[in-house]
Design a protein around this ligand. Sequence first.
Ligand code: SF4
Length: 376
Amino acid sequence: MTSPSHTFSDVIAEHDWDQVREQIRAVTPAEVERALAHPRPGLREFAALISPAALPYVGEMAAMSQARTRQRFGNTIQMYLPVYLHNECQNVCTYCGFSMGNKMQRTVLDEADLDAEIAVIKPMGFQHLLLVSGETTTLGVDYFARCMDRFRPHFSQLSIEVQPLERDEYARLSNEHGLHAVMVYQENYHQERYRQWHKAGKKRNFHYRLQTPDRLGQAGVHKVGLGFLIGLDDWRTEAWFTRLHLDYLERRYWRTKYSLSFPRLRPFAGGRPEVDMSDAEFVQLICAHRLVDGEVELSLSTRERAAFRDVLLPLGFTTISAGSATDPGGYSRPKQALEQFEISDERSPAVMAEVIRSLGLEPVWKDWDRALERRA
Ligand code: SF4
């Protein structure tokens, strides 16, 4: 039996980044074909499916992924909207516009600001909001609880993407303030390089962040979202470690639901991504996850450009955002120079819903599980 103090830090310590990267690079076409035919693919098959040798099989993978997604999730796509609460941050992340050293106006939404956001967002039709913030200890769990209480009467699902919190804080938000899900992206699974991207602040503690999904599982939060920031390091090795993380969590906290996001670095204040990933490789990554995991939700953000999003949508995704603003107060105030990153797909939620319908899918604005139950 696993000891309660055992976390994903113990699991990752058993694997060597360079060895994993070389194993993925050495995969042969015969191994890819075996992975595609495997009845219960796991980590070994995942490595084959994300390898360079699998790129010529992307069309086949996409068809299989699409069929598997429709089989499990029906023809539905869940819509959500990110809402930025504040852009204060005590971390120095070299790739982010909100980084502590950046000279910019900092904004913290108060109750009146939140009401102004609600007044604009509510008519758009969204019921699922992702509350996003910078990471500062001066705005902790009490602030998030107040924000959630403000939104709660108007929306049926509230998720957060904020600084990692303690287990009891997650339990409080979940039990008393209607927290549905927490997104916490590791950004980079390479322990030494992680410290190059994260130069100062609490986020520099690789293992505290890495163990956050453990704390969420222990707190009984309904859903946990994982991901890495595409553009910082070798994407194939990052993807393998993300898969390892998810496999571990799915076994250990089996009551929790999981989602994966695929943020590709966009130009940000003061820089550009270091590592490129082609569109075909992006599709390969999505399909590889779907082929080894029929249950995980896959989320697509407005970082990807409109035409590519339309191609991607049916292939394996279950959740998308639309009409996103990435600055605090971004829905109710005239645009200010406060964005975390530039979005690529600027189409409105209504236009996006039409696009989804034109693809033979049904946009779902409300509760995902209930929509699925109705179908079942
Ligand atoms: S990525 Fe997050 S933690 Fe890092 S600077 Fe940006 S807002 Fe702060």
